[in-house]
Design a protein around this ligand. Sequence first.
Ligand code: ADP
Ligand code: MG
Length: 391
Amino acid sequence: MLNLKKIKKLSDLDWKDEKVFLRLDLNVPIKNEKILDLSRIKAAIPSIEYLNSNGAQIIIGSHLGRPKNNKEYSLAPVAEALGGLLKKEIILIEDPVSDTAKFLLPSVKKNQIIMLENLRYIAGEKNNNSELSNSLSKYITSYVNDAFGVCHRVHSSVNDVPKKIKKKAVGLLIQKELQSLDYILSSEKKMLLALGGSKVSDKIALIEAFVDKIDTVIIGGAMAYPFLKAQGKEVGKSFLEKSCVNTAKKILERFKLRNKTIILPTDHKVVFELNKPEDIKTVSEIPSSKMAVDIGPLTSAAFKNELKNVEQVLWNGPFGMFETKEYSDGTINFAHDLSKSNVTSFVGGGDSSSAINKSGVAEHIFHVSTGGAAFLEYIEKKTLPGLEVLI
Ligand code: ADP
Ligand code: MG
């Protein structure tokens, strides 16, 4: 494996008069052109300010959503929000691979910043072709990646562009992500792994990655159902990733052999129909006709109790369908329990992070990762393709 310690930080390089392409992750949730969560925009500010105050001119690039054409998912609302927070004018360039940025750059004032439109408007962004690097090479001198959330991708703004540029570094956000993740990966402190969410197959690797380091795993959300099923329990109409039942069985056996514990829900909130939250009931066994949408209060209490026995917690995946208020207690209560306990907590995953932000306790959590899949992949592999190209 390559030595990621060789990657330069902003403070390692001189930025005076540099023209920097700054890859950010401004992929915020947007509905009807309204931004629902500003966290990623706020998280981008320290690197922008660092580069600006050290004499660099920056050109910001980011993706947003999965646009099918060049009209969907414009970065315009993002540019406006970022400009408001920075108290600067953001000049949004409609075609990210045109020469407009090159011509504008010499006349850009101190209170203005250039931003390219959604990088996924470029046909070759996802194919990692050289359209973007050919265009940028006409006017940039250096590259900074502060988009942790996309470092697992081999896309041109994360991979091809930095490959072709000598002067490159990670931004302050990635620096903090790596410091925090490396800390938890190398720490000898007693740790609890808390897992939930719905992308079960992606997460089983997380248990494997930590099996030697942890004594206890607590599992909620849809992640719990393959494990309950493996124990022969009824999961009714709950969301079940059937392909994971066998793996769940093996994990249960391995944990038992090693005298380690997996704590599964002992009560559940269930409904007949998802869109009838008013009919929600708490049960100890899931009836065959109903689906579980959240963990019950006994499970919440058992999860909370585990916090007394550990010094740190790694949490990925909500314990229920927290997007619906009636199904959010298990997730929000655990966020509050974490924030009030003495444990050092790390939360990662796109939905988990947004649940933490929703619960209003984010400032009491030691580290809330801005990466979803990137966070999981880094924990598993201790490297990411978007980082390796920065060495
Ligand atoms: P993250 O983005 O934090 O890694 P995931 O993407 O794996 O988490 O899972 C988040 C999703 O899991 C949420 O949309 C949530 O509604 C869903 N979820 C949680 N519990 C359940 C459940 N019991 N049944 C179905 N979906 C669930
Ligand atoms: Mg998710």
